[in-house]
Design a binder for this molecule. Structure first.
Ligand code: SF4
Ligand code: SF4
Length: 373
């Protein structure tokens, strides 16, 4: 395992994101606990020492699942990172209560790392509202030793990100951004990395394989990838891309099986940063994917709870993407559960408001419904 220095701490270059555990049903909180614990244990065994969770992950269960699994290890042998759910402005008034509950759920007395969760163009004003005094409160917790290092995860566009950094770069020690070879150009991740360098903040990476989507590309795209990178798998190339970027300290991956942990840990045990030519090739490959019309959904499921039709929106968008490359309408029809197809969408736009990727979901569902009919 590669270890990176951060203010005297030795952090594994690969961290475990605890938001994509295998499920026993469609319900995000219905986690397969046995498998989840195996995933955490395997990560620990293979040298991962950074574990990331959040109030909202797995319907509020991720923190306690992680806390329970880690409780068998000495506290000084791992770093735990949690996040404040200020993307819902109602939580601002409950900061003390939520923070105390998070410590309780995780079974720890301090968080080594703590982040403002999802600073975006929609949530900036809430986070920057002096009246909420959230950052002030978190600095008090830091002074009291209950937070080791304070940072923020960011989905804002460049202007919003700069606005937040201008106001708070002195209080923030790291920033978690969505960074992968597709978003390098598609979501201006390159400029975000440059901006963080300007402010002297190290980069924590989320969505290195876009919620697994860059590991499960349509067959035709995989064939193209194999011809360019014959010695790589889709995830290993995605991780090698990140190994080439100066300033990247932590790469968080939400792993869903023990096999994935083993494969990813192997990539991080034998670093092979891309050379300039490979780097350009994979960025170009990402550019072609983003121009192909594929919907760049990460499968985070933030949109699902607010859908009045209870549609499995990320699953429908996966079908949309598959259809784009295969044109196999029959296969697409069979992949959609009865009565939960794209034609059920009532265009309420709740999903768009919840989507950190700002995807125009209803329009894509209309297109999908037309293709299926
Ligand atoms: S726009 Fe459609 S898919 Fe989105 S939340 Fe509303 S009904 Fe569900
Ligand atoms: S549509 Fe947006 S919110 Fe929903 S799963 Fe995809 S990326 Fe996440």
């Amino acid at each position: 395992m590669i270890y990176k220095d951060f203010k005297g701490l030795k952090l594994s270059g690969l961290g475990l994101g605890n938001m994509r555990f295998p499920l026993l049903s469609d319900d995000q909180s219905d986690v397969d606990l046995e498998q989840a614990e195996k995933i955490i244990d395997k990560a620990f065994e293979l040298g991962v020492n950074y574990f990331d969770t959040a109030w909202a992950y797995h319907g509020g269960r991720s923190e306690s699942i992680l806390g329970r699994a880690l409780s068998k290890y000495p506290r000084e042998s791992f770093y735990i990172s949690d996040k404040f759910p200020g993307f819902d402005v109602k939580n601002m008034a409950r900061a003390r209560e939520i923070f105390a509950e998070q410590l309780r759920r995780c079974g720890v007395e301090r968080f080594d790392f703590y982040l403002l969760h999802n600073v975006s163009d929609n949530t900036l004003d809430g986070y920057m509202n002096e009246g909420s005094a959230l950052i002030e409160y978190l600095l008090e917790e830091k002074a009291a030793g209950r937070i080791g290092h304070l940072g923020f995860s960011c989905h804002a566009e460049l202007d919003g990100m700069r606005r937040f950094l201008d106001a708070h770069h002195n209080e923030m020690e790291f920033c978690q951004i969505q960074l992968n070879y597709l978003d390098w150009t598609y979501q201006h991740a390159r400029e975000k990395v440059d901006m963080l360098r300007e402010y002297g903040l190290p980069v924590w990476v989320m969505e290195p394989v876009r919620g697994g989507r860059l590991s499960r590309l349509p067959k035709a795209v995989v064939e193209e990838f194999n011809s360019i990178f014959p010695n790589d798998t889709l995830p290993s190339a995605a991780f090698r891309f990140l190994q080439s970027i100066p300033g990247v300290t932590m790469v968080l991956s939400g792993m869903s099986s023990v096999t994935q942990v083993e494969e990813n840990a192997a990539t991080w045990s034998n670093p092979r940063p891309m050379d300039g030519e490979e780097f350009e090739k994979i960025v170009d490959f990402g550019r072609r994917i983003s121009k192909s019309g594929m919907v760049p959904c990460t499968g985070c499921r933030y949109c699902v709870a607010g859908c009045p039709q209870q549609l499995d929106i990320p699953a429908l968008l996966t079908v949309y993407n598959e259809l784009l490359f295969t044109n196999d309408v029959e296969a697409a029809r069979t992949a959609i559960p009865e009565g939960r197809g794209p034609d059920m969408c009532v265009a309420c736009h709740n999903c768009e408001k919840a989507c950190p990727q700002e995807l125009k979901v209803p329009g894509r569902l209309v297109e999908l419904a037309e293709k299926l009919s």
